[in-house]
Design a binder for this molecule. Structure first.
Ligand code: ZN
Length: 165
């Protein structure tokens, strides 16, 4: 068995997937000529899927059911925050669903999605849109290779289109 061909830490994995929710609604899939490429063992993908892919080989098909706590977290009912619209610069184009990178009162970085916009207020939701969802992945492993030193250093996969030192 060629250990280079087995998914483990510091391997760059190419895969195709179909993602569905409980009940079967498909919400995402890779185009067959445009697989997802990620660096294994560096939290580039949700923890539950990374765990399921460990030890798999090229050509393997994986059906994985990932609970919220191994995906995008449980849904937090208290995750809504209403803030003054005037806190945003006047020319800032707010859109429902957009992801904002903010600092909270303790200067901690946080992410929030715009949930609702009114004339003078904006409602933010710190829940990921897939929070609370159990995710069903159908995965096919297309390729596995060893990461370069630069990729391991950066903690993500490189390809021709997005090469940088
Ligand atoms: Zn990089």
């Amino acid at each position: 068995m060629d250990l280079n061909q087995i998914i483990s830490k510091d391997k760059v994995v190419s895969l195709n997937y179909v993602l569905s929710l409980n009940g079967g609604e498909e919400i995402d899939r890779t185009a067959s000529d445009d697989p997802l490429i990620y660096l294994h063992g560096h939290q580039n993908i949700i923890p539950g899927l990374e765990k399921e892919l460990e030890g798999k080989q090229i050509g393997d098909s994986v059906d994985a059911v990932i609970p919220p706590n191994q995906a995008y977290g449980e849904y937090d009912e208290e995750g809504f925050h209403t803030i003054d619209r005037s806190l945003f610069p006047e020319n800032f184009e707010l859109e429902v669903g957009m992801l904002l990178h903010l600092k909270d009162d303790n200067e901690e970085e946080m992410e929030a999605f715009v949930h609702e916009i009114s004339d003078d207020e904006v409602v933010l939701d710190v829940n990921h849109p897939l929070a609370g969802e159990t995710l069903h992945f159908k995965v096919e492993i297309v390729n596995i290779r060893s990461a370069t030193a630069g990729e391991i250093d950066h903690g993500h996969a490189h390809n021709e289109a997005a090469d940088h030192s």
